[in-house]
Design a protein around this ligand. Structure first.
Ligand code: FEO
Length: 171
């Protein structure tokens, strides 16, 4: 069954938002590298990959429904950060806006009675809960270690151990 044009448009906007997230986190990865925090940089690179997979999940879903994907332009990420906490505060703000857009998209799919869209979006709703919780935890840890060099070093090493979760796939 074809999707309503309004819903296809909203999915395309969400694809752009997910690719924009990826691009933003790649910018942050660069900032961490340039500020001698390779573990945080690695964490952000994983986040970049995850967001790319999120975008591709929606991208492939539209194609599987026989709909058209229209890729939109991205904006250059900022690199004007003053501290690691400030970077992650930005991540939190960004993820909250993504949660709001996913929720709006789900509401539209519900209104349009598009059941396959609702099912695919439920995965994203759960993912957003996990992402926001993870980012909050990192902010708390960063605040705890403050500017204590050895603690920052250890935290950076912990951050480098992040790998891609196995349940995230573009299919
Ligand atoms: Fe794909 Fe972090 O939202």
């Amino acid at each position: 069954m074809p999707m309503k044009p309004k819903l296809v448009e909203a999915f395309n906007i969400q694809i752009q938002a997910e690719f924009q997230s990826a691009y933003t986190y790649l910018g942050m990865a660069g900032w961490f590298t340039e500020n001698n925090l390779p573990g945080f940089s690695q964490w952000m690179r994983i986040q970049w990959q995850e967001e790319t997979l999120h975008a591709m999940k929606l991208h492939d879903f539209l194609h599987s429904r026989g709909e058209s994907v229209t890729l939109r332009p991205l904006t250059a990420p900022s690199k004007k950060y003053t501290s690691s906490v400030q970077v992650f505060e930005q991540v939190r703000k960004h993820e909250q806006s993504i949660t709001a857009s996913i929720n709006d998209l789900y509401e539209l799919a519900f209104k349009e009675k598009d059941l396959p869209s609702q099912i695919v979006l439920q995965w994203f709703i759960n993912e957003q809960v996990e992402e926001e919780a993870l980012v909050m935890e990192i902010i708390e840890r960063l605040k705890l270690v403050g500017s204590d060099g050895p603690s920052v070093y250890l935290l950076d090493r912990q951050m480098s151990s992040r790998t891609m979760p196995v349940d995230v796939s573009a299919t």
